[in-house]
Design a protein around this ligand. Sequence first.
Ligand SMILES: [Zn+2]
Length: 224
Amino acid sequence: MRGLIAIAGLLAALGGALPLAGAAPGPLCGTGKNAAICFASVDRGGKLSPEDRSRLKAAAPVAIDIVSSRQFAAELAAFHAALPARWVKDNRYWRGFDPVAAPKAVRAAFAGLHIDTRGGARARASAKFGGNLAYEGSTDPRTGERFILLNRYRLDRPIVGLVSTYVHEAAHKGGYSHRPGQTPDQKCEPPYVMAQVARKLADPEGWASFVASKNACRFWRKMK
Ligand SMILES: [Zn+2]
């Protein structure tokens, strides 16, 4: 509950201008100046409990508002500027990275994106043994609709975790990648880092303990 209160406060802080009367944003849209950016759907397959579905929906406007915020762009630019130059040079995912273009690409990827889920034995096994949270999904060849797939066995997470997952998967849609193998440095590649910046803004109180965890890029621990 504390997390929800924090997010409400955050939205108030990020929102700026109030939406015009009569132009209430849709439930899967951003707020204020971001009201035109909307996810297309949550749980098209109707597989989720009402509780899970409403948590997934609640994370949608938070993700849009955070990635669209000045704070997000500033945090990402600061992280990028503080990366060891040599590490950037040797990393094909950071070489040529543009911290101004990246949030715009993620924001654009949110628009019209379907948030679907995947269940079944393989999803269950990869959640359990590989820590899999979600899949990048693809584009429906018939309709052109783009979708991501959340692992149905890892939905019971705080909204900040879902926000982070949306940012990560939308970053893939926006053209950002990382190595397939699980290495400590993978957490330092752009889709993870952008998800971590979103987490930092969505849950400032939890940031210090997150940074100390193995899920955070090791460079955060040096930056402070
Ligand atoms: Zn990924």
